[in-house]
Design a binder for this molecule. Structure first.
Ligand code: AGP
Length: 624
């Protein structure tokens, strides 16, 4: 077969979907409940949606581009009835979102939905086309459905056809299929993309995650890698990779803190920003005994003293949490630290040894690059610890140790409470390592613990200043670019602040170490360029302020975010500033995260962007 250059270079442009799945068999009509679940899956990001049911041995399908409301309208006009159904929210990373590309995809008696990437779909598609099969979409999903149909055409049973299909697939996928000829069962499979099954009083559910089903059922079963299953109203048969029937334990759905409603907030993001005070205490409560001033964690891991290097790996905001933690580990635990974004680490030939300790940070625990980084080092480094919010996720399950951040469901695509909770857990690990490696005295340990314990209160103090950040956001409304500056552990915070503004207000922004300004970026400075400088009164304050002076001398449009002492000492009284509560330098990155979130949030609201589901973004990037 002739490979295109792009394929030969391993550059593919097939249609990859990152989506939400629902499947259901019930005594009652399934459509209303499936629509409800699709709405709970919206947070994953999507651009089209679809449902299908079987009624009187006939498959009925409805698909619509855009928001789920469009699908609801369609179903109002052309109702869907039936006691078995499947549904899907599609997030296309390549190729146009369209009705024809929307799931479910059907071929004759087979119809299915899929999350993930089939890497050899072109080869299978060509094979089927050579046998006369014709396609109506450009998706890899339709190829899977047609392949299954081709086995049925050979006279296979639906189970044999489904299993034979799975054996041909390469890539990561979660599948949920139903069959017109056997309208009493769903066939499902998972490889690299999560899939859960749960039984309610009068229905059985299949879903991409437990959160989207948590209003319907209390317990779920998580399929493991390469499991496939036959789901019926009264029975569930799970087969492992070798085709042997197997048991998977039922798990209680963690009803994390915070229901999945917006409460009285306009957006999930604002709700989650305001949850941080409470959530941070959850994050540290698992590890810190404030009374005895001790940190306890990682039971059974007795080699912390022999670690020669820490490698912190993550993506996006989680990576910036790692970048902050680098300063902490080096300062307080005297451990050399490498940090890297997972999409680079996984392909770089960086040498690592068995005395390296890897820490992965991920809110969703499903980020494809971070999961790939884990699998790259598995068995080659001392241990893999993951700091995770979604405990039943793939990264959590494949790590040697998992530290929960307990932030509760984070629905807004822009990470806020997960970021500060990740920092709180990383700070707890730093204190623990500093104690085990006897770098800090008990007094110093207890000082850091007190500092960390003060974070929830200080966050509440910052939240009380929301109006000041809202007023500053007015100055950003018409900006075409913005600069965020910080020094020391506030430099990664400047990077995170820039990401927050970019991803929800669509204004270009950069984070920079203040000291680097004069090495180029100061050429950007004019009265139109908003520059936010994070500079509490600490040992780098004077340096940071001299950078502010450089910008002011070029009529830069500066906002100084500092504390009272910094405000008193800042050179120009007319300089716009927001005074933050005084805090221990250890937790500055946690407390100063709030301004970055609130400035971005209010700027986005003023600009009228889709704050909770910004364009082009998804909550969990489960594709590469
Ligand atoms: C953060 O605001 C972004 N939504 C994004 O950068 C996110 O942090 C990144 O995709 C990593 O996700 P994870 O924590 O679920 O691995």
């Amino acid at each position: 077969m002739e490979f295109s250059v792009k394929q030969a270079l391993g550059v593919t442009n097939w249609f990859q979907d990152m989506c939400g799945i629902i499947g259901m068999i019930a005594q009652e009509e399934v459509t209303p409940t499936m629509l409800e679940v699709l709405k709970k899956l919206e947070y994953r990001g999507y651009d089209s949606a679809g449902l299908a049911t079987i009624q009187n041995s006939k498959i009925e399908r409805r698909r619509a581009q855009g928001k789920i409301e469009n699908l609801e309208l369609l179903i109002k006009e052309k109702p869907l009835s039936g006691h078995i159904g499947i549904g899907h929210t599609r997030w296309a990373t390549h190729g146009v979102p369209s009705e024809s590309n929307a799931h479910p995809h059907q071929k004759g008696d087979v119809i299915g939905v899929h999350n993930g990437i089939i890497e050899n779909f072109r080869e299978i598609k060509a094979e089927l086309e050579s046998k006369g099969y014709q396609f109506t979409s450009e998706t890899d999903t339709e190829v899977v459905v047609q392949l299954c149909a081709s086995y049925l055409d050979l006279g296979y049973t639906i189970e044999k056809a489904f299993e034979s299909t799975l054996s041909r697939l390469e890539g990561a996928f979660a599948l949920c299929f139903m069959f017109q000829v056997n309208a009493d069962k769903l066939l499902i499979a998972r490889r690299g993309a999560p899939l859960v099954v749960g039984y309610g009083n009068s229905a059985v559910f299949v879903g991409s995650d437990a959160v989207s089903l948590s209003h319907l059922i209390d317990d779920v079963i998580f399929l493991e890698e390469d499991d496939w299953a036959i789901v019926e109203s009264k029975s569930l048969n799970i087969f492992n990779k070798s085709g042997v029937i197997t048991n998977r334990e039922k798990k209680r759905i963690e009803r994390n803190f915070g229901e999945i409603g917006k409460g009285n907030y306009q957006h999930f993001m604002l709700k989650e920003i305001n949850e941080q005070s409470e959530v941070l205490s959850y994050a540290t409560a698992s590890f810190i005994d404030h009374k005895s001033s001790r940190v306890e964690m990682l039971h059974g891991f007795n080699e912390i003293k022999s670690i020669s290097r820490l490698i912190l790996i993550a993506c996006g905001t989680a990576y910036y949490a790692c970048a902050v933690a680098k300063y902490w580990f080096e300062k307080y635990a005297k451990i050399p630290v490498e940090i890297d974004v997972a999409s680079e680490f996984r392909y770089r030939d960086s040498p690592f040894e068995d005395k390296d300790l890897v820490i992965l940070v991920s809110q969703s625990g499903e980020t494809a690059d971070t999961l790939a980084a884990l699998r790259k080092v598995k068995g080659k480094v001392k241990k893999i610890i993951s700091i995770i919010n979604v405990m039943e996720s793939s990264i959590a399950r494949e790590s040697d140790f998992v530290l929960p951040i307990k932030a509760g469901p984070e629905i807004g695509v822009a990470s806020t409470k997960a970021f500060t909770s990740q920092l709180a857990v990383l700070a707890s690990v730093v204190i623990y390592f500093a104690s085990i490696r006897q770098i800090l005295s008990n007094k110093e340990i207890s000082e850091l613990i007190d500092a960390l314990m003060s974070a929830p209160r200080l966050i509440a103090d910052v939240l009380a200043k929301e109006e000041e950040f809202k007023n500053f956001a007015l100055k950003l409304e018409n900006a075409t670019s913005a600069l965020f500056l910080g020094r020391g552990s506030l430099y990664p915070l400047a990077l995170e602040a820039a990401l927050k503004l970019k991803e929800i207000s669509y204004i270009h922004a950069e984070g920079y170490p203040s000291g680097e300004l004069k090495h180029g970026p100061i050429a950007l400075v004019d009265s139109n360029m908003p520059i936010v400088c994070f500079a509490p009164y600490n040992d780098l304050f004077e340096k940071a302020i001299s950078n502010v002076e450089e910008v002011l001398a070029r009529s830069g449009n500066v906002l100084l975010i500092t504390d009272q002492e910094g405000g008193d000492r800042s050179p120009q009284n007319h300089l716009p500033k927001i005074i933050m509560p005084k805090c221990h330098s250890f937790i500055e990155p946690i407390i100063y995260a709030l301004p970055s979130q609130l400035i971005a949030y209010h700027t986005a609201v003023i600009k009228g962007t889709d704050v909770d589901q910004p364009r082009n973004l998804a909550k969990s990037v489960t594709v590469e």
